[in-house]
Design a protein. Sequence first.
Length: 511
Amino acid sequence: MEFEEGMRSRKQQAVVLKPIETKVKNRGDDMKISLEEPVSPAGRLFNEPNFNVHILAIMGSKIKINLDLAKQNLVHTLLKHPRFSSLQVVDEESGSGKMKWVRTEVDLDKHIIVPIIDPNMEEFISPDKFLENYIYSLTKNNLLLDRSKPLWDVHVLNLKTSNAEGVVIFRIHHSLGDGISLMSLLLACTRQIEKPEAVPTLPTKKIINTYDHNNRFISKLSIYYCFLGLWWILKLFWNTFVDFVLFVATALFLKDTHTPLRGLPGCEHNPRRIIFRVVSFDDIKLVKNAMASTVNDVAVGITQAGLSRYLNRRYGENGEAFPKKIRLRSNLLVNIRPSPGIQSLADMMEKNSEAKWGNWIGYVLLPFDICLRDNPLDYIRTAKAIIDRKKHSLEALCTFSISGFIFALFGIKRTSALFHKILSATTMAFSNVVGPLEEIGFYGHPMAYLAGATYGQPHELMVNFQSYVNKMTIVLSVDEATIPDPHRLCDDIVESLKLMKDALLQKGLLK
């Protein structure tokens, strides 16, 4: 079925927005003038043909979508954010070729798309498959976002699937912000079901208070802590140095092993098959607690196990032996600037307050342990060791500084070519995004699940984990030319979680 046809929209009065106002100094006095804001280097990078990356935020609703209610609320929330009401314009006056954000009028009708759904659809296709095909159609080159208007749109499907009664798909160009900030912005538009005036709350890290109020043993332990601190610093610099060398080597010659997960160059221009599974977040937390690890450790661990199972099958189908050693690395994009909190973003939209925003991107190359192990719990142990070592490194800050230096010295084209080469030398992208602790509603629609994905990156595979209350959504974005059976790969990842839980039960580590 071709989804490019049959799109419809409803008329609504355009929303007129004022230009961005910035304070400047002039003869010692503060004055406000209308200025265009320059697009950040990372934002310009995502506008390059080989980095035309888009973010998809898929939200399942427990009830049918009330389109009029959603439109009314969008005007008072999302449209108040400057990025969602601005165009990216090339500065032709200066001749520099730089880009800037320019505020514009937003016609909401041109951003909300409601496809016509055949009421007898289930006679020839299941609703879940229809949704999957619809998302696939959005990733085709002929349906990219129109640059004559702000780079985002919303697709509303009142379609009953196995997980929801209706689905809303936000499609946002990556130049508007990093994935964490954009997801936080969308969550800032939601409210708790039990507390309609409260924004969602996200998990926070527990801070252990190590201060000894009685000052006992401090004098005896001061020398020990001094040496411990020195060793911590030396290890930090050593890890950073090693990561820097590997990063440079990847830019020059170091590539991942060619496996069935890697295809021909140019995959960033191919449409993506995006699928997801909703599993129990409680199961992941049970494994986490039993293994004294983190949710991220478990997510990486089950992904390592699932990829190993999948590759073993693919090699067997091709009549090949599973390689003894596979270099497989995932690329992680890290925002150097801390993401604004949900409350700050909500205040920004409601009270026109300020919140820091922008793509300040660093890169982390995370090696995955791909091999066949008898004990499935070993995948989590190796994942924890790898992640703990990466946490004790300044790799993201270092790569961010390198990209800034190269951009200033050689310009956006060469910066784009360099980082495209680095990403192409790795196998996949990976992310793990924490979601709300309580059930939330999006403009009065109780949410059933959250799922996030991207397309346009030079990887044939991206794996994303997104938590929401007691659910975890595992999302795969794949190039079918390389990975023709993404459902089997997703099943392998889900099955790996089950095997780990069963192993813990056999050992009596779970109750």
